[in-house]
Design a protein around this ligand. Structure first.
Ligand SMILES: [Zn+2]
Length: 130
């Protein structure tokens, strides 16, 4: 088929193509992106996102380490106990070595802690429990 499929947006210009947006958003993050995300300044932003109704749980429950959104706090807490999440924490602990090497090779980042960073599950605000 050619490019004859024109997508008209007069039908629902308010609700764009959510399915399409999802696909791009759901692209799995690389570990080095996640390392960026877990820096305190970035983490704070990610953990306090504005309500986004296109995102699972309105973007209010985000696991930094797995780059995943959860429907609610309970689900997220349960996720923290899963193998998947623990495995990810482990991966993230191991990664900084190579990251540090890369930075050193590039001659940047004078402040590199010699030890692996402590990667912990983000604190969960219990008051938010519903
Ligand atoms: Zn996780």
């Amino acid at each position: 088929m050619g490019k004859s499929k024109q997508v008209g947006n007069h039908k629902s210009d308010k609700k764009k193509n959510i399915a399409k947006t999802w696909k791009t958003k759901r692209r799995a993050k690389d570990l080095d992106q996640i390392h960026d995300d877990i820096r305190p300044e970035n983490a704070a932003k990610l953990l306090k996102q504005e309500l986004d109704y296109d995102v699972t749980g309105n973007a209010q429950h985000y696991c930094l380490h797995c780059a995943r959104y959860f429907v609610d706090l309970k689900t997220m807490k349960e996720h923290f106990r899963t193998k998947l999440h623990k495995k990810r924490l482990k991966q993230l602990r191991e990664e900084p070595y190579t990251q540090a090497e890369a930075d050193r090779a590039a001659g940047m980042g004078s402040y590199i802690p010699p030890k692996a960073v402590e990667v912990r599950t983000q604190p969960v605000e219990d008051e938010m429990t519903t």
